[in-house]
Write a protein that binds this ligand. Sequence first.
Ligand code: ZN
Length: 248
Amino acid sequence: MRILVLSDIHANLEALEACMEFAKGKYDRAVCLGDLVGYGPDPNAVVERARAATNVLIRGNHDKACAGLMEGSDFNLLARLATVWTRQQLTAENISFLRSLPEGPLLQEGFQLVHGSPEDEDEYIFGPGEAHPLLHRATLQITLFGHTHRQGGFAMHHNGRFQTIHIPPSEDGLVRTLALENGTRYFINPGSTGQPRDGDWRAAFAILDQQQNQVEYYRTGYNLAFTQTKMMQAGLPEPLVRRLELGR
Ligand code: ZN
């Protein structure tokens, strides 16, 4: 089975469409690790598209905040403004869909889905400091996580060696293939589809290939200017518009 892994789409329809187009014919099932909405200009269209295009979804912190399941009082001002705007836009049906999304970890055949970390859906795994103890305690070989908007991940080898999975700069398309070893445990971050923060503005996704025992990381450009224009027209905060082109 080849699993398309999307995460942190954040109401960016152009980025989602670009990923779906690029991944077309390359996967059997699709999963999403949360944060369908928040920040971007197309919350309804993205919820509907992602709902139709994926087999399994879990919720992210922005899904909870935009659906009114939590206050979002720990969000910064810009995120709070985008949350308020998104709440006003969402249809009743899409709000109830977001409210119905399960909390991670969600166990699938051979891997689990989490938004933040296996122990707390809102926890960020930024670096070795967070990843090392969590990987040490992990019992499953493969955990797919998002939330940080940084493509890559971490591994703990059977001999105890810890590894940060880096993504090299490269052209659009397949940017890295990671061979999965038996006995090694992995935290895999596909990167953010709709608001990357790893210094590369392009939409990110990954494909987990269970036959070949590997993860393929991808990047693809999309019509960024169009997304930014829609954000300006919607009156979303300008720093949120700018950060898209910076990938920060
Ligand atoms: Zn997010």
